[in-house]
Ligand binder design. Structure first.
Ligand code: ASP
Ligand code: CP
Length: 302
């Protein structure tokens, strides 16, 4: 069996490939894409809830002319009949499925699947590990705003420890020369995150005047049992609100991968802020996913 090219995290892509994805994204947003996946079957297998990623992958696949199958995990023999992940992967590959988009609460699940599946696997989020297409659409949104990211500072705020979005985005951003400023309490952000191009800060107010963008994170309550600090303490120190918005530079933007929890990491004033780019991120999500699918399936060099 031939192992085909998959996207498990951003490290799977070279700088040139990321640039090619962004170029193709712009084209797909500007003109009708054509049926570039005609005759190919894409299967979406989401073991975890999703609104944005699931819908935008579906839209991307349909717009490219693919045949689309959505598998409900609870109906899989993997879930109830003792079939292994490896045998499921081999079975789906034998049907001639071209792309499998998979979200799973366990880190490493898509990678294990990719080792046995004769097709392309796209990681749509695996546990705390990675969410590469989210990172791509976030970076694309930042580039749209600022052009070159070299020398820009992007704050990622909140539950970094449990956020696959933060884990993928910080790697991608530092590769592109941006400074990543991680902000949060020790329990959600151990000091060991500091490294090349990555700072760890505790004082949200202090960093607001120096960053170009703020990426807010939802507290990933489904990934731990007890909230390590009280909601009140979290809100007092890390919620972006009307007062904190005024500390930002005039041209700074605020982003969020979604879903956002009003009252926790942000209050409603953020949703009216001129630099709030959430809808832009969601919008780009469709064409970014089209570009990723197109690159995996159609790029000759891969
Ligand atoms: N939707 C993103 C994820 O699945 C972020 C979040 O859920 O907070 O990782
Ligand atoms: N941003 C994101 O992954 O959203 P969903 O969990 O709704 O797909």
């Amino acid at each position: 069996m031939r192992i085909r090219r998959s996207l498990i995290d951003l490290d799977d892509l070279t700088g040139e490939e990321i640039a090619a994805i962004f170029e193709q994204t712009a084209k797909f947003e500007a003109t009708a894409p054509g049926r570039r996946l005609a005759g190919k079957t894409c299967v979406n297998m989401f073991f975890e809830d999703s609104t944005r990623t699931f819908t935008s992958f579906n839209m991307a696949e349909l717009r490219l002319g693919a045949d689309v199958v959505n598998l409900a995990p609870r109906n899989l023999s993997l879930s109830s009949k003792g079939e292994t992940l490896e045998d499921t992967a081999m079975t789906l590959g034998a049907m001639g499925i071209s792309v499998l988009v998979v979200r799973h609460p366990e880190a490493g699940f898509p990678q294990r699947f990719a080792l046995r599946f004769d097709g392309h696997v796209v990681n749509a989020g695996d546990g705390v590990h990675a969410h590469p297409t989210q990172a791509l659409l976030d970076i694309y949104t930042l580039i749209e705003e600022f052009g070159e990211l070299k020398g820009r500072a992007v704050a990622i705020v909140g539950d970094v420890l449990h956020s696959r979005v933060a884990h993928s985005a910080m790697r991608g951003l530092s590769r592109l020369g941006a400074t990543v400023v991680l902000v949060g309490p020790e329990a959600f952000l151990p000091g060991s995150y500091a490294g090349d191009g990555v700072r760890v800060e505790r004082d949200f107010d202090a960093i607001l005047p120096e960053v170009d963008a703020v990426v807010l994170l939802r507290i990933q309550r489904e990934r731990f049992v007890e909230m390590p600090i009280s909601d009140q303490e979290y809100v007092a120190a890390y919620r972006l609100d009307h007062r904190r918005l005024r500390l930002l530079r005039k041209e700074a933007i605020v982003m969020h991968p979604g879903p956002y929890n009003r009252g926790m990491e942000l209050d409603d004033s953020v949703l009216d802020f001129a630099g709030w780019r959430y809808a832009r991120q969601v919008h780009h999500g469709v064409a970014i996913r089209m570009a990723v699918l197109d690159l995996l399936v159609n790029a000759r060099s891969l």
